[in-house]
Design a protein around this ligand. Structure first.
Ligand SMILES: [Ca+2]
Ligand SMILES: [Ca+2]
Length: 401
């Protein structure tokens, strides 16, 4: 577009005010444009447009965008013709600019736009070439089996879907517009008669076709009679039944109570079902089967009440042993403290009972009724040495008669 504007601007500068007699192409400084539409499927050389009806000028295609494929152009007649390889899915329009000269003066056209219209020149293609599924023999009429989809590179297209083979007894149906495959005659479904259907699905855009294969296995419904208990819902999966239990029940048939309801794990522990039992994932600082025990120096501890799990029971025993050891150590410390206090008390008491006496005090002592008396200065040292440090000789004692 920028190139186009530059060319037109130059044309205005160079040829403004000039005219070429008998020329019907566009005034170079006008904004006139015109358009033309051709099919992407036209043959090479097909006429597209005539720049001018005059035969007295020599014409030039001075501009084409995009520049490929190159449109044909006759400089004497001014005819524009289609190239080979037009593709509406790639380029939807082209723009052109022309000039005409009588040998002396030159004029330029306005912009010619050629639009490329779509035709159905691309086939539809299925997203997958085959699909396998399994249904049970109790599904109802209208049961959706598969939704076939095909893509088409054409700008616009209409695809239609049909079953072309394998639909024994018209057991199945497919929507022509949407490609949705359903069960049409459910009463035909019998795994003992036809355990497998192989359907050929075709898609067409009216010109081109594609096919895919759908394999449908038919199995007996294991949910009839319903094996699930306590209001559970039953489903078939890979040749067996699956019970979706309601809250509070577990087990293959939902016949067992959920051990996590009510919540057995305390102190923010998390309960998970483990077989027919449960396991508590304890919060930091707690341990034990139900996270009721304080854990010392431990992080999260997972325990279980599964009697078959010796390892978890051993963990509980270890926790108890640690607790007992700590209790014993504390008791010993307390007893030692009590013993020390008692010992100090006894020492103090004995000290008071046997307080050292001075020699004056002992001098005052007399023994009566067969006791002994002492003579001053014959027994005791001159100082106040305690009594226990003195030996009294027998000669110093006189028995009173
Ligand atoms: Ca098509
Ligand atoms: Ca097309």
């Amino acid at each position: 577009m920028m190139t186009n504007m530059i060319i037109q601007t130059l044309a205005v500068i160079l040829f403004i005010g000039k005219s070429v007699s008998g020329v019907s192409i566009y005034d170079p400084d006008s904004t006139n444009t015109t358009s033309k539409s051709i099919s992407e499927g036209v043959a090479q050389g097909t006429f597209v447009y005539t720049v001018s009806g005059s035969s007295s000028l020599t014409y030039t295609k001075i501009y084409q965008s995009p520049d490929s494929p190159i449109f044909g152009f006759d400089s004497s007649t001014g005819e524009l013709t289609a190239p080979a390889g037009l593709d509406a899915e790639t380029v939807t329009s082209y723009e052109f600019l022309f000039s005409g000269t009588d040998g002396t003066d030159t004029v330029y056209s306005g912009t010619l736009t050629v639009t490329i219209s779509n035709i159905n020149d691309n086939p539809p293609v299925f997203s997958v070439s085959n699909y396998t599924t399994t249904i049970v023999n109790t599904v109802p009429d209208g049961y959706v089996i598969y939704s076939a989809t095909a893509t088409d590179l054409d700008i616009t297209y209409i695809n239609g879907y049909t079953i072309t083979a394998g639909n024994t007894g018209s057991t199945f149906d497919i929507d022509f517009s949407t490609g949705v495959l359903t069960v049409k005659t459910a009463s035909n479904l019998d795994p003992n008669v036809s355990p497998l259907y192989t359907l050929t699905i075709q898609v067409t855009d009216g010109t081109f076709n594609d096919v895919m294969t759908i394999y449908i296995n038919v199995e007996a419904d294991l949910c009839v009679p319903d094996p699930c208990q306590n209001s559970a819902t039953c489903g078939n999966s890979n040749g067996t039944f699956v019970c979706n239990c309601t809250v509070g029940y577990i087990g293959v048939t939902c016949s067992d109570d959920d051990p996590c309801i009510p919540e057995p794990c305390l102190n923010s522990g998390t309960c998970t079902v483990s077989g027919s039992s449960y396991a508590c994932a304890c919060a930091m600082g707690y341990s034990g089967v139900n996270c009721t025990e304080m854990a010392i120096g431990t992080t999260t501890t997972i325990t279980t009440n599964n009697n078959n799990s010796n390892s978890n029971n051993n963990n509980d025993d270890d926790d108890k042993s640690v607790t007992i050891i700590i209790a014993v150590v504390c008791s010993v410390i307390v007893l030692c403290l009590i013993g020390a206090i008692l010992y100090l008390y006894l020492l103090k008491t004995r000290s008071l009972c046997f307080k050292p006496q001075t020699k004056a005090d002992i001098h005052k002592t007399s023994f009566h009724n067969g006791s002994f008396s002492s003579t001053k200065n014959s027994v005791f040292p001159s100082d106040n040495t305690s009594l226990t440090a003195i030996t009294v000789p027998n000669s110093a004692m006189v028995k009173n008669t």
